[in-house]
Structures are given as C-alpha cells and as structure tokens.
Design a protein around this ligand. Structure first.
Ligand code: ADP
Ligand code: ADP
Length: 233
C-alpha cells in the first residue's frame, strides 16, 4: 500500500458566511521511496495541502490514509502523535531552538517519543553524522551557517525514522551553495529509500525530485516524472 493516499480530498475555509474552497478533488498516492515535489503558484493551495499531509490541519471532505491509517477522523491529540511518529518536518525557517546545541535540537522528537536519554543522545549524534555534521554536535544554531542549520533540521527530521519526510520550501532561505548542499542530502536520503515530499515554488529545486505534482487553483493540474532518477521508484 502507498505511504500516502488522498482520495477526493477537499478543504474549505470558512469565516462567517464566507467560504473558500482552497483544495478540491485531490487524488494522490505516494509510495515508499518516492521523491515527490509539489509545485504551484502562490495561492494555489500548496501550504493547505502540506498542512493536510503533515496532519497539521484537517480536511473538509475525502479521505487521507497515512501508512495505512485513516487520519481524517482523528482528534488533535492523536494527530500530534502521528506527526511525531510518522513524519519528519523540514521548514523554510529551520525552526531550531537557538539556546540548544545541535544534538539537543535533533533529539527533540525522541523526547516526545519517550526514548531513554542515553539512547536519544546516541541516535541524535548518529543522525548528525548522517548529514555530515559529526563535528558540530555541540554547536548552537547561531554558530552554524544557514546550510548547516538546515542540515541539523534534516537530522531532526530523520532521527525518529519516520515513514515520511515533509519539507516545506527547505531551500527558501538558503544561498545557492547551501541549497545545493541540502538538495544533495535529500538525494542521498532518497537513494537510501526514504520517502520525501518537497514543497517548493522553484522549478530547479523541484527538478531534483523524481516526480512533480503541480497544484493550480486548489486542484492537481499535472503529475508526472521529472525525468530525473529514471522516474518514480
Ligand atoms: P505562502 O504563499 O507563503 O504559502 P500565504 O500568504 O498563502 O503563504 O499564507 C500564509 C499563512 O496565512 C498560511 O498559514 C495560510 O493558511 C494563512 N492564510 C492565507 N490566506 C489566508 C486568508 N485569506 N485568510 C486567513 N488566513 C490565510
Ligand atoms: P500556497 O501555499 O500555494 O500559496 P495556500 O494553501 O496558502 O496556497 O492558500 C490557498 C488559498 O487558500 C489562497 O487563496 C489563500 O488565500 C486561501 N487560504 C489559505 N489559508 C486560509 C485560511 N486560513 N482562511 C481562509 N483562506 C485561506
């Protein structure tokens, strides 16, 4: 079964008498090991889709199964648990805690997951090694470049071995060198069989993925192999 299955998903925002259909009729299946970019102009519904995929927001109509589980009807507490156990998030703004050294930022998902302290530290350091930051485990975010901070964020996304890595404009705040760095890291993770969804409005970034889904006016406009990596796995 696919890691992600959206069937007829729609999202309507309402404030008072005014309703706005931000997503409609979204059918999307993503299998384990796929590297998918979601593209579209500003206002097309990318963030709304990302929030639904990330269990950060609920859908209005349709069905969403994540790793086989129907997450459409779960309450906030269950959604929080699903987010923590199944999804690794990477954001444009890194979202690191500035007062904590790298390894303490990386271990955070395991703190919520109630893993023992020594095991947390061991896994955090291993995740930092995987993103090439073995020599930065004790540095705070302010002592790292933007690219390095985003690699710490990727390590944090990986540490819990989630079913899915969801990255929202992960290179939006990076210069071209750091962008290449982070994209090379996603390539490696993809080669290791990780499932990655990358939301971006930059075509050059999207073309790193093996499949590109275009969203337009709240609907899927096209969905096709990017031509890279020989298409979807
Ligand atoms: P971006 O284009 O970078 O995704 P947006 O400006 O579309 O950002 O949205 C920023 C935030 O504001 C999002 O969390 C979105 O859900 C919210 N938002 C966007 N449009 C509206 C709106 N018309 N009313 C209320 N909230 C909105
Ligand atoms: P994108 O990320 O592609 O820029 P969004 O998902 O943020 O698009 O927004 C899609 C549409 O939904 C936009 O027209 C936006 O104004 C609207 N929207 C987003 N969030 C809200 C909200 N909380 N309330 C009302 N309208 C919203």
């Amino acid at each position: 079964a696919p890691v992600i299955e959206l069937d007829g998903v729609g999202k309507t925002y309402s404030s008072g008498a005014i309703e706005f259909e931000a997503l409609r009729g979204i059918d999307l299946a993503i299998h384990q090991g796929e590297y998918v970019a979601i593209m579209g102009p500003s206002g097309s519904g990318k963030s709304t889709l990302m929030n639904i995929l990330g269990c950060l927001d609920t859908l209005t109509v349709g069905e969403y199964r994540l790793a086989g589980e129907n997450v459409g009807n779960l309450d906030e507490e269950d959604l929080a648990q699903i987010r923590n156990q199944r999804i690794g998030f990477v954001f444009q703004q890194f979202n690191l805690l500035p007062s904590l050294p790298s390894w303490r930022n990386v271990e955070l998902p395991l703190v919520y997951g109630r893993v023992e302290k020594a095991e947390r530290q061991r896994r955090a350091v291993a995740a930092l090694e995987r993103v090439g930051l073995a020599d930065r485990v004790d540095n705070r975010p302010g002592e790292l470049s933007g690219g390095q901070q985003q690699r710490v964020a990727v390590a944090r996304a990986l540490v819990g071995e989630p079913a899915l890595i969801l990255a929202d404009e992960p290179t939006g705040n990076l210069d071209s060198v750091s962008t290449a760095d982070v994209l090379a890291l996603f390539d490696e993770l993809h080669a290791q069989g990780r499932t990655i969804i990358l939301i971006t409005h930059e075509l050059e970034v999207a073309q790193q993925a093996s499949r590109i889904v275009w969203v337009r006016d709240g609907a899927i406009h096209s969905d096709s192999p990017s031509g890279r990596h020989g298409g979807p796995a």
